[in-house]
Ligand binder design. Structure first.
Ligand code: IPD
Length: 265
């Protein structure tokens, strides 16, 4: 029998809480200056340690499950449940001591995300969601604010790590900014997507994300009434993720489609 979604969510929340504590302790020791010779190594070390903890805790309770993590690749399972994990989403913010980074843990059953937790320790925010059961922040039910017209929308986005991709992302951005209220580059897809559920942003789009970036926070957003998908109303993918209340989603989708926002130009 399929495991019940609430118990998967509860496990995700417990593990995200412990992992967030571990990562937050580690962040205190990192300064941008200290790590100048190898700025990413220290962060990678913390990413790995946090993901190792998450894998160990999940598999201790549910030994037959699969785990896909940003750092550690794919562990195969036998139970039909796969965990999709980003130990530290927003690593650059993490490195710079900014609060917008989070631990994201989603549970998929037969390929469908059914439960998730996103812990944003520096903001004191724990998000959780169950497919068909709503989403909450620190225990309070979330409902995204109604759609606003595109020209009044505060839109979050992000950029890839490769220069060639950024050139195209900058081109797309050039065509987007005149049509919206303003743009934000928060630095964490998990914080951006959960921010749609709480009203910090109205809409979001980004090219080049991976399942671990959008799975857990995407469920938090969609359970709060946000549509999370891809270009031309398709499913979210590495090519493009778009999110917003349905009317706003459609308007942003229509703006992005002719711009080649899902390509590298
Ligand atoms: C990154 C963040 C960032 C987004 C990047 C992601 P990471 O995740 O979510 O906002 O723009 O595309 O890779 O690498 O910090 O886990």
């Amino acid at each position: 029998a399929a495991p019940d979604r609430e118990s998967l969510r509860d496990l995700a929340v417990r593990v995200a809480a412990e992992a967030g504590d571990l990562a937050a302790e580690g962040q205190a020791g990192i300064t941008v200056l200290d790590t100048k010779s190898s700025p990413t190594d220290v962060v990678t070390e913390m990413d790995r340690a946090t993901e190792d903890l998450i894998r160990a805790r999940l598999l201790a309770e549910r030994p037959g499950d699969a785990v896909l993590g940003e750092e550690g690749g794919d562990d195969e399972g036998t139970s039909g449940v796969r965990w999709v994990v980003d130990p530290i989403d927003g690593t650059v913010n993490y490195l710079y001591g900014s609060p917008d980074w989070g631990v994201a843990i989603a549970a998929e059953v037969d390929g469908v995300v059914v439960a998730s937790a996103v812990n944003v320790p520096a903001r004191g925010e724990m998000f959780e969601a169950v497919l068909g059961g709503g989403s909450r922040r620190n225990g309070e039910t979330l409902q995204a604010p109604p759609a606003v017209p595109l020209n009044l929308a505060l839109v979050a986005t992000g950029f890839g790590y490769f220069p060639e991709r950024r050139v195209q992302q900058a081109r797309v951005l050039l065509e987007v900014v005149p049509h919206i209220r303003d743009i934000r580059r928060g630095g964490s897809a998990a914080v951006d997507l959960t921010g749609l559920a709480t009203g910090r942003y109205n809409a979001y789009y980004e090219r080049g994300l991976h399942a671990w970036d959008w799975s857990a926070p995407g469920l938090v957003a969609s359970e709060a009434g946000v549509r999370v998908g891809g270009l031309r109303g398709g499913p979210p993918s590495n090519d493009l993720v778009i999110a917003g209340r349905p009317e706003l989603y459609d308007a942003l989708d229509a703006l992005l489609a002719p711009l080649g926002a899902d390509t590298d130009g």
